[in-house]
Write a protein that binds this ligand. Structure first.
Ligand SMILES: Nc1ncnc2c1ncn2[C@@H]1O[C@H](COP(=O)(O)OP(=O)(O)OP(=O)(O)O)[C@@H](O)[C@H]1O
Length: 233
């Protein structure tokens, strides 16, 4: 018996002998395709990351639709992937500097997998079972707000425009913040057309505020000055 586990945006489509059998959320990853076999040698994995089905410039949503790769759904999905990657890099700098919020960044990366799952499941072609498995919780937004408020209490008030700066952790968090704002722009059309949950847009909007706040917090904790905007002479 052999089956495929298709990984994208945290969703895993499991096919057995060409027939869809189940969908599970397992270890999430964007854009990876792997083949597993389960023969008499139990669960031996054959690492095949490519299926070549995307070679002609089309790919599949989680609902099974084929769309061109430049479709706004893949644009939003890909940008969410970039965002998680930017946070991953920033997190490495933050770990090196001993910051206290690196677990939060990891949790955010997990939530972004759920964001991806929701984006990859356009409502127009989703069945109830798809919708149930890719629901996005509004609790995630509340949690971000709580974190933002806690950091803000410790930070000096903003009196100037600050420039992305303040050490490697802080500057990398600002890069992630800017990617987050691009993800928000890419997701907006899908939300407006009813294909993606509006909570996803809210989450990305709040996440850019979180990343801005935590970038400032990192600079403060490292005793690194933030550059401020000065009108060029
Ligand atoms: N360039 C892309 N940017 C963003 N999302 C993509 C892109 N290409 C595919 N996807 C999405 O990510 C999922 C996994 O990506 P993957 O690269 O496996 O797709 P593919 O290109 O269709 O397949 P293959 O690489 O095996 O030819 C796809 O099912 C699709 O939903």
């Amino acid at each position: 018996m052999s089956f495929f586990v298709t990984k994208y945006t945290g969703l895993h489509r499991v096919f057995r002998l060409g027939t869809y059998v189940s969908i599970k959320q397992m270890q999430p990853a964007f854009g990876h395709e792997r083949r597993y076999t389960s023969t008499s040698e139990e669960n031996r994995r054959i690492a095949k990351i490519y299926t070549k089905t995307g070679d002609k410039g089309f790919s599949s949503t989680f609902t099974g639709e084929r769309r061109p790769k430049e479709d706004h759904i893949f644009d939003a999905l890909g940008t969410t992937d970039e965002l998680s990657s930017a946070i991953g890099l920033a997190r490495e700098f933050c770990i090196d500097s001993g910051h206290s919020f690196t677990d939060q960044l990891e949790k955010i990366q997990c939530v972004l997998q759920d964001v991806g799952s929701n984006i990859a499941t356009p409502r127009s072609s989703a069945r109830d079972s798809h919708i149930k498995k890719t629901m996005f919780s509004s609790q995630t937004v509340i949690e971000l707000e709580r974190w933002i408020d806690l950091f803000t209490e410790e930070l000096p008030p903003l009196t100037n425009f600050i420039l992305p700066s303040g050490g490697k952790s802080s500057a990398a968090l600002h890069v992630a913040r800017a990617v987050c704002r691009r993800a928000e722009r890419c997701v907006a059309p899908a939300v407006r057309s009813g294909e993606t949950d509006p909570e996803v847009a809210k989450y990305l909007n709040r996440l850019s505020d979180y990343l801005f706040t935590v970038a400032r917090y990192a600079a403060m904790k490292e005793g690194k000055g933030e550059s401020i905007y000065k009108r060029p002479e």
